[in-house]
Ligand binder design. Sequence first.
Ligand SMILES: Cc1cc2nc3c(=O)[nH]c(=O)nc-3n(C[C@H](O)[C@H](O)[C@H](O)COP(=O)(O)O)c2cc1C
Length: 339
Amino acid sequence: MDRVPQLSHSFRPFLIGDVQVNNPFILAPMDGISDSPFRLITRELGSAVSYTEFINTMDVVSHGVSYEKRCFFSEAERPVVFQLFDDDPARMIKASLKLYQRWKPDIIDVNMGCSVRHVVNRGAGAELLRHPNKIIEIVDGLVKVHSIPITIKIRLGWDELSKNYLEVGRIAQDYGASAITLHARTKEQNFMDPIDLESIASLKQSLQIPVIGNGNIQSIKDADQMFEYTECDAVMIGRAAIWNPWIFSGFDENEVPYSLFLETVKKHLETMKQFHGPEKGCIVFRKFAKKYLQKFSIPAERIVEIITTQDPVQFTNTFFHLIENKNLYVRSITKHDDE
Ligand SMILES: Cc1cc2nc3c(=O)[nH]c(=O)nc-3n(C[C@H](O)[C@H](O)[C@H](O)COP(=O)(O)O)c2cc1C
């Protein structure tokens, strides 16, 4: 890592169980985004910990849909957190043992904040917040069978009238969880409305275990503000990392040096192709390519043309040819249209 974020808040390394967290920023788990290649580049840029995309533990015990790509990680990513989701505590515990035996992650985290319909409709993700007894079963069960730290990631509650993050935080701590991440919105708020910094501060004050704050951090200033206001132990960054993974090295979007940009992006595409295979790697890379190309002064139609190129060799050549033209590099994206 070249550079650490310059924060007015002085960051202190802390422990999640026995796992040391050395940097203030953590890449958020993001389904379809935080695969091993992306985690590796963000980890190298300074993200403190690697969270997998959520893993459906129903798949793990049923031998059905392949989940293994979600579990793969390179050693350089450690500490690695496997994030699980399910509505059935017994199945989650059984699957967690199988996963631990095979992959040896450093931490297991349980998703209690996902608001996506197919997840909550089956009783998982944020729906768990409406069932504190299930949360007890899950945390207690996982803590009893594992020697590695167990953590949870939550929202404020289901809706404005049922915010129960303080109760859930207390339960998690009492039953042995080693840290908690709070996305400071309710399930009903989804990704709308400002983040409730006050709630992160209250959770931090009410618990002894580390609290990781999450939600809408787009810049170093936003992160600083969250640290200052809430005294949380670390901040988790999701969507902003998709267009600016360099935030983990302390660069705001308009500050990323061209040489670092070029080095990271080339490595990202190459590792995606190795991980997913040349064709699929280029396809999965499209969502990042779109963001990266928006930092160049080229027409939107040209971006569409490039990212929809089917042939992986042609895609790679055209993409590299373009990003190698430093004169077109304008650094910041003026409009984050699809976030
Ligand atoms: C595309 C996408 C996928 C996500 N997948 C997950 C997931 O697998 N597990 C999880 O806990 N949260 C998931 N989230 C939520 C993020 O981890 C994070 O809590 C949320 O995006 C708020 O942070 P941000 O404002 O920095 O993006 C996802 C978010 C996005 C945008």
